[in-house]
Design a protein around this ligand. Structure first.
Ligand SMILES: NC(=O)c1ccc[n+]([C@@H]2O[C@H](COP(=O)([O-])OP(=O)(O)OC[C@H]3O[C@@H](n4cnc5c(N)ncnc54)[C@H](OP(=O)(O)O)[C@@H]3O)[C@@H](O)[C@H]2O)c1
Length: 197
């Protein structure tokens, strides 16, 4: 069976890949909330490869390794960090020579060819975890099978943009939607292939 590719987007209402403050954003929690569970825990079981652009990869390497965890961090953050350390990670970069993170490799070149190559490898499903520019490229080229979005209740007005010019529309089918405790929307869309507008 083909390896499914999921694009993961964490954005503001105006499509910015940012981490804004809003009421409840910093609610301390010893347990993963619904959003966390859905975005970063429930979908792990069948994912064996995570693809990131260089900037996102370096950001994740700084913040999400097990080494970066503090003793006071809740168990679910530790679980996520351990999972991310162990999973196969593809960092897309022309500049970076060594990834400096276990189970990571650097790939470069045409995104469609890279994705086709990774899909031919043995493994489970694949997540494209940002950044925004890379996700837009997945959308433009129709490379993702589905999209999970968390939309924060903020119009931010700055930061990297997920959406940008397209040669043709990308058509998606809404699979599910839900609202989180602090007003974030969680949207799951599948790519519709073969539809002509
Ligand atoms: N809100 C969120 O959840 C979220 C998620 C992720 C990121 N972010 C934020 O978004 C920002 C980074 O996003 P971004 O869109 O600017 O950058 P990005 O996609 O993370 O990284 C872009 C870089 O990836 C490399 N790249 C992309 N495609 C490539 C290819 N086909 N071959 C070789 N290299 C390729 C290039 O690196 P080289 O220059 O090395 O060639 C490019 O400069 C950060 O500020 C981060 O905090 C937010």
């Amino acid at each position: 069976m083909s390896r499914k590719i999921t694009a993961s987007l964490y954005m503001t209402l105006d499509g910015r890949g940012a981490f804004p403050k809003y009421p409840g954003w910093d609610r301390p929690s010893t347990e993963a909330n619904d959003m966390w569970r859905e975005m970063w825990l429930n979908r792990f079981d069948d994912v064996t490869t995570v693809i990131m652009g260089r900037r996102s990869f370096l950001g994740h390497r700084r913040v999400w390794t097990e080494k970066a965890r503090k003793p006071s961090d809740p168990q679910y953050l530790l679980d996520y960090s351990r999972w991310l350390d162990h999973v196969d990670k593809v960092c897309l970069s022309h500049r970076l020579k060594t990834p400096g993170w276990e189970n990571s490799r650097i790939m470069k070149g045409d995104l469609s060819k890279i994705v086709a190559k990774v899909k031919r490898e043995k493994g489970g499903n694949i997540i494209a975890e940002g950044g925004p520019r890379l996700i837009l490229e997945f959308l433009r080229r129709g490379l993702a099978d589905d999209f999970w979005l968390v939309v924060q209740p903020v119009v931010y007005g700055k930061g990297p943009q997920y959406w940008g010019p397209m040669k043709a529309q990308a058509t998606l089918k809404l699979v599910s939607s839900s609202t989180m405790e602090d007003g974030e929307l969680m949207l799951h869309y599948e790519t519709v292939r073969g539809f002509r507008a």
